[in-house]
Design a protein around this ligand. Structure first.
Ligand code: NAD
Length: 261
């Protein structure tokens, strides 16, 4: 349990990739603060489950990451409660698909606030805390869309490229401090969110389930397999190891070959 005694904040960890990362960190002994929205009982069940994995206390913070003051409060509360964080994972994110000339301005603003600015603000808050402990891991869930583009996803692609830029910049600023800064770029990840899209797409396009998966969802992914949240979490966990101490400023693809094309 190489993360015993460490404290972590994983944003957007009430479901999907963030939840898998929270579980992986907790299983190695980290005291994890989960964050995100959802039904109170379901969130409490996740928090309690994390505590069973290796016995470290787990916290929930419902900060809305579109609110800068809430991000600042979340960082301070975690510091007070745990002395950390030693690890943050800027993971929460959202998508909206639309041609730019029709892109709703309020959706653009929300995507920029959540996918991009929240990572800046949480990072800015925790760097002094990590510097004081001379060790830290700053991770962000970017996307294959931090490296390549797809049409009709201007705000998403823009903010994910920004995460790669933030990662490189902060890695250079912190290079001699014991703090590494990296992002992980998944391809299409299997989540219930994706599963739920399949029946509608089958109906709308008159396709079979296999056609939707292979020709629509996995069109760009050469392995023709979804990445799993656990595969992304395994990368996050590796980047937290001391053996990963020379990996900083990197953008780690976990994308089934998507961006090799
Ligand atoms: P998800 O929808 O399952 O999880 C999103 C999480 O963010 C949830 O916990 C949700 O409650 C939380 N959240 C949403 N708005 C929030 C807010 N304002 N404040 C705090 N929390 C908020 O999505 P996911 O697929 O697990 O995505 C996680 C990250 O991975 C995102 O950054 C996404 O862009 C990225 N990603 C996903 C895929 C994919 O195919 N699923 C691929 C590449 C990158």
């Amino acid at each position: 349990m190489f993360l015993k005694g460490k404290s972590a904040i994983v944003t957007g960890s009430t479901s999907g990739i963030g939840l898998a990362i929270a579980r992986a960190l907790a299983a190695e002994g980290a005291s994890v603060t989960i964050n995100g929205f959802g039904e109170a009982a379901a969130i409490e069940a996740v928090r309690a489950e994390l505590e069973t994995l290796a016995g470290a206390p787990a916290r929930y913070d419902g900060a809305n990451l579109m609110d800068v003051a809430a991000i600042e409060r979340m960082a301070r509360d975690c510091h007070e409660a745990t002395g950390g964080p030693d690890i943050i994972v800027n993971n929460a994110g959202m998508q909206h698909v639309s041609p730019i000339e029709e892109f709703p301005v309020d959706q653009y603003d929300r995507i920029v606030a959540l996918n991009m600015s929240a990572a800046f603000h949480l990072t800015r808050m925790v760097v002094p805390m990590m510097k004081a402990r001379k060790w830290g891991r700053i991770l962000s869930t970017a996307s294959a869309h931090s490296l390549v583009a797809s049409p009709n996803k201007s705000a998403y692609v823009m903010t994910k490229h920004a995460i790669a830029g933030l990662t490189k910049t902060i890695a250079l600023e912190l290079a001699t401090t014991g703090i590494t800064v990296n992002c992980i770029s998944p391809g299409y990840v299997w989540t219930t969110l994706v599963e739920n899209q399949i029946p509608d797409t089958m109906k709308a396009r008159g396709l079979t389930r296999d056609q939707v998966i292979n020709d629509v969802l996995l069109a760009a992914q050469p392995t023709k397999k979804f990445v799993t949240p656990q595969e992304v979490a395994a990368m996050a966990l590796f980047l937290c190891r001391d053996e990963a101490g020379s990996i900083t400023g990197a953008n780690m693809s976990v994308d089934g070959g998507w961006t090799a094309q």
